[in-house]
Design a protein around this ligand. Structure first.
Ligand code: UDP
Length: 328
């Protein structure tokens, strides 16, 4: 019988580990390739870990020859926008050189299906919302530009080298495995949901809202929070699409519903049953007012329907963070 192995690059990280869970549920055999710079070894629960860096061509060749995966899912990247402004060289080194090295290894090994983690940050400041895939791409920071460059390479490799790919542009990944085995764990943490939960848990003194004078229903920024297991489900569908001969495609992954920062804080207070201090501070540089996905294309091509809403997101995130806090 043909192997059902897939290489999950960055599979020890937040979205990668949840995708391994979903891949295993669907009968795939994940093989995790991760340098553990931001990933966590204890998140590798579904499949083996092959420790390695995406810039290490020799190691990649070795792992690809050993496992002969049918497809590659590539999550490994530096993701923090603020860091990308301070240290663009590391971002280009990891995200661009690393991805190009991985793609060369994939081509040499004859892998034909590639799923790439991209981001709504490749759109930059939106001209119209909800954002569809036709929206012009003009990223406004090095992080977004490194992802955009990789997207261009993937399109050229598809057209001229036959490497078929699905580019998935995430909106705001959030939530955790409902069973609490894995969850969001970044160091340092900059994302709104974990920071607000930390405030509710008393691990931080307060939550700071970055800007209350935006042109939105309550003055705070609007984001499209999408549950990490809905993202994972889309990845499995993307692999199936490619393995059954589907064409290369780029897709937005969001719910299509926007939530303000204040609405998010209310949801976290409700689910935790705790009030916490909220400070109103200046806008954070580079934040867009509203980022909401038009997800029609992902629904149409993958038959994907997001199953989780904001309450599921905050409940599963609270569950994960409050347990982790006990163990910390
Ligand atoms: N945000 C905030 N305080 C924080 C962290 C985030 O008010 O301590 C806001 C941020 O300005 C944005 C939203 O929460 O409007 C989501 O931010 P996050 O960093 O989670 O994701 P981003 O949308 O930047 O990818």
């Amino acid at each position: 019988m043909e192997s059902n192995k897939v290489l999950v690059v960055g599979g020890a990280g937040y979205i990668g580990s949840h995708t391994c869970l979903e891949l295993a549920n669907k009968g795939f055999e994940p093989v995790v390739y991760d340098n553990l710079s931001n990933g966590h070894e204890e998140f590798v629960k579904w499949g083996v870990l092959e420790k390695g860096d995406i810039r290490d061509r020799k190691r990649l060749d070795e792992v690809l020859a050993r496992h002969k995966p049918r497809a590659i899912l590539h999550f490994a990247a530096m993701i923090e926008v603020g860091e990308s402004v301070k240290d663009p060289v590391s971002f280009y080194d990891n995200n661009v050189i690393g991805t190009l090295t991985l793609l060369s290894a994939a081509l040499a090994a004859g892998v034909e299906a590639f799923v790439f983690s991209s981001t709504c940050a490749t759109y930059g400041l939106p001209e119209s919302v909800p954002i569809d895939e036709q929206h012009r791409q003009a990223p406004i920071n090095p992080y977004g530009r490194t992802k955009w460059v990789c997207e261009q390479a993937l399109k050229d490799y598809g057209q001229y080298k036959g490497l078929r790919s699905v580019i998935l542009r995430y909106f705001n990944a959030a939530g955790a495995d409902p069973e609490g085995r894995i969850g969001e764990w970044h160091e340092p943490e900059t994302h709104a949901i974990p920071l607000a939960i930390d405030a509710a848990l008393g691990r931080r003194q307060s939550f700071k809202i970055f800007g209350t004078d935006y042109d939105t229903r309550d003055g705070t920024c609007v984001r499209d929070y999408i549950h990490v297991l809905d993202l994972a489900d889309a990845h499995v569908r993307a692999v199936e699409h490619l393995l059954s001969g589907g064409d290369s495609v780029e897709l937005n992954l969001g719910t299509g519903t926007g939530t303000t920062v204040k609405e998010l804080l209310t949801a976290i207070s409700e689910v935790s049953g705790r009030e916490f201090q909220v400070d109103l501070v200046d806008r954070r540089e580079g934040d867009s007012t509203t980022l909401v996905a038009n997800n029609d294309k992902a629904r149409d091509i993958l038959g994907w329907v997001p199953k989780y809403g904001l309450t599921d997101i905050t409940r599963t995130a609270w569950n994960w963070h409050s347990r982790r806090n006990q163990g910390a």
